[in-house]
Design a protein around this ligand. Sequence first.
Ligand SMILES: Cc1cc2nc3c(=O)[nH]c(=O)nc-3n(C[C@H](O)[C@H](O)[C@H](O)COP(=O)(O)OP(=O)(O)OC[C@H]3O[C@@H](n4cnc5c(N)ncnc54)[C@H](O)[C@@H]3O)c2cc1C
Length: 336
Amino acid sequence: MYQSSNLRGDSPVSIIGAGISGAWHALLFALSGHAVTVHERSDGGMTESTSHFAGGMLAPWCEAESSEPVIGRLGVRSLDLWRQHFPHTPFNGSLVVAHARDRADFERFAKLTTNHRRLDARGLRELEPALEGFRDALFYPDEGHVEPRRVLPELHARIAQAGGRIEFDSDVNADDLDGIVIDCRGLAARDAESELRGVKGEMIVVESSEVELSRPVRLIHPRFPLYVIPRGDGRFMLGATSIESEDTGVSVRSALELLGAAYAVHPAFAEARIVEFGSGLRPAYPDNLPRISIEQQRITVNGLYRHGFLLAPALAELTLGYVSRGVIDNEVMRCA
Ligand SMILES: Cc1cc2nc3c(=O)[nH]c(=O)nc-3n(C[C@H](O)[C@H](O)[C@H](O)COP(=O)(O)OP(=O)(O)OC[C@H]3O[C@@H](n4cnc5c(N)ncnc54)[C@H](O)[C@@H]3O)c2cc1C
């Protein structure tokens, strides 16, 4: 659907927040010729953002097990944009494995998702020799993953190359900015978006020279998706809990579950060195779906929940489509 956007295409664009959402918006707007300034309240380390703690999985087919079709639609489009703008992004696929006792949940996962194929023990060992403890797996060949702590600085550098400016240590208020303002503040936008809530995700980084994996491995678990993501240099991220709490600590129970999952994927993780415990608050609306809210010159992009890395490129493309051509996506846009 098209609607006159009431926005002047040549207006300067201010983006608040340089997390995954703000960064992709800044990149696409700068590449399309807009004068872009990004304001980020933290320094370039981005440790105050939820994006800093993410797994970075680009997994629209696996996520279909527990999310609405719109996540798949936007996710698949995002994969194209990751490929186009970051051609070195690894698209090695992802694996889903289960213990014998979780067989029924494994079959349910297979039924609820598409674009996968079953591997027997031999096929699995050919792909990931370290996973010799499992008798089969589901393989999603077209999924990818990024390392958030590498890709965010890369995105920031690309924004600058495209002519955009990023101001770190710049804590701003949308009302003080001129032109088009795109609010990508994540959970901090709750002052304007009262429905937002934080969903805690805990993660652990470990180091082991005895385990080698080339792609994310999900272990079927009755309460939340547990996974091990290789980060290179012998490091692995273990994630992620999903808890309706805005406390940012890591509980003993969660640590036991995450470490237990790693040990279950490969017993050599028992000797791994713990490098980091961390947690982030995923910004979510009550329906757990992303939203682009438009009110005159101000656009709010939020609610990326569990899917920020998966959805940010496609959401940024939709916002750009609205500003430049007035294109409305009825599933994710709300116009005041
Ligand atoms: C443990 C964990 C694992 C996850 N794994 C995945 C995954 O595998 N795949 C995936 O797709 N998603 C994953 N996610 C979800 C993903 O991390 C979030 O959806 C995403 O980070 C949200 O991005 P955002 O840019 O909206 O918010 P944020 O990353 O929080 O960025 C908002 C930024 O705005 C800045 N800011 C706030 N207020 C102001 C202000 N007034 N002025 C200037 N700057 C301001 C903040 O400092 C912050 O940097 C995971 C999340 C967690 C916690």
